[in-house]
Structures are given as C-alpha cells and as structure tokens.
Design a protein around this ligand. Structure first.
Ligand code: SAM
Length: 223
C-alpha cells in the first residue's frame, strides 16, 4: 500500500539526509536548535526515561535526549535520513502506525511530523497510544508568524529560501520551494493545534511560540 503523504516526505528527505542538519541550522537562521532544546527541557522526564523519537531523521532531537541520559528509540520512514542517525535503536516505520505495544514509553517526541500526515488527530492518537499513562509528549514545528512579522517571513520563505536552496543544490531547491506552502496550508487547515491534541485524548496541553512565531513548541500529558 502506498500513502501519498509518506511518498511526499520520502521524496523531500531522501536526497538531503547527509546534509540535513548542517543546512537546516543555517536556513533556519540558527533558530531550530533553540526550539528543540526548549522542547526537550520542557518535557521534565524522570531520570533514564524511555523515549520514542518519531520522525527522528538524523537524530538531532534524539541526541539532546541521550545527552540527558534518556534511552531513546528512533522511528523514521525515510531510509536516507535514519541511515545518518546515531542509534543505537533505529526503526524504519511510519508514525501513523507504530510497531510498539500500547503504553511502552515514558515519553515521546516528534519534530516536523504533522505536515506530512493525512490525519493529524489520528496520528497524535497513535503517538499517544505507545506512551504510558502519565507520560509526556513534546513537539517542534514551524509556525506562521502573524502581524508585522508575516511580511518578512513571506519574503524570506518565498524568495530567499528557494534561492538559497538552488545554490546549495542536492535536493535543497525542492525543500526551499516546498516549505512555505506546506507551512501555510498546515496552519490554515489546523488553526487550533491545541484542540487537535485534546481531540487525540491528551491533557495539560502547553504551547510556546518562539522566534517571532516562526517556531512552535508543544507539550502534553497522556492521562
Ligand atoms: C524535517 S525532518 C526532522 C528531523 C528531526 N525530527 C529534527 O527535528 O531535526 C522530518 C522527518 O520526518 C520524517 N517523516 C515524515 N513523515 C513521517 C511519518 N509519517 N512517519 C515517520 N517519519 C516521518 C521524514 O522522513 C524526516 O526524516
């Protein structure tokens, strides 16, 4: 069975696995590392917690969790991304259908997953399924700046990002053209992310908008 959203993700990420972290840091103007750090700090996990990092890619969130002593299992659907992940536990799988039993992990993280799934509520419910009751979930995603900041964001994401992508080459031009419409469409279709998380059965939903609205960090607890 093929899933169009998954095919889109693979097409975007397969060509950029080896250079993903370097260019993502530069093209986000150094902001994405702050969002990930804030998310991981805000999880408030117990010592040596078991954590599932979904859409783990090359491991930038996994490493922050490991640095804190947590035991992390990574899941991603793009072979060329997870190939560059440090491990030791890496699983090639879809976030929409996780190959783990209910209530397996103390915590779960995901970075930049929701724009690549067809049904965000069902996907978050599936993520929550593998977290034990009382466990925490954390997310990082791009936001859509509002007010005065929308115009510079639009200029950057519609003009500068594709130009930078063209110069970098190797799949980054496609990323540069893809990101703005993907972020806009996602936030137009899902204007109230907190409601989605609650609809998926999560409680204590918290949101922090960072970098003038360009980044969103969220946390919640499985009841
Ligand atoms: C922008 S990268 C983020 C990597 C990492 N989380 C980070 O913060 O740097 C997005 C990752 O999501 C993965 N992905 C997209 N859709 C997915 C899905 N449905 N299930 C699992 N992984 C998915 C892609 O393969 C890609 O590696």
């Amino acid at each position: 069975m093929t899933y169009p959203a998954n095919e889109t993700a693979r097409a975007i990420f397969s060509p950029i696995g080896s250079s993903y972290e370097r260019w993502a840091a530069i093209l986000s103007l150094g902001q994405d590392a702050r969002w990930r750090r804030t998310m991981v700090e805000g999880l408030r996990l117990p010592n040596r917690a078991t954590v599932l990092d979904v859409a783990a890619g090359t491991g930038s969130i996994t490493r922050l969790l490991q640095d804190r002593g947590h035991r992390v299992t990574a899941v991603d659907l793009t072979r060329e991304m997870i190939r560059h992940h440090p491990g030791p536990w890496r699983v090639l799988a879809r976030g929409e259908r996780l190959p783990f039993a209910d209530r397996t992990f103390d915590g779960l993280t995901f970075g930049y997953l929701l724009r690549y799934v067809d049904d965000p509520v069902a996907s978050i419910a599936e993520l929550a399924r593998v977290v034990r009751p009382g466990g925490v979930i954390g997310m990082v995603e791009f936001g859509l700046p509002s007010g005065l900041w929308r115009a510079p964001w639009t200029f950057y994401s519609s003009i500068l990002l594709p130009i930078a992508g063209r110069l970098i080459g190797r799949g980054w031009y496609r990323v540069g053209k893809f990101l703005k419409p993907s972020i806009e469409q996602f936030h137009q279709e899902n204007p109230r992310l907190e409601t989605i998380w609650r609809s998926a059965g999560l409680v204590e939903v918290r949101t922090r908008r960072m970098s003038l609205g360009g980044g969103i960090v969220m946390w919640a607890r499985r009841p």
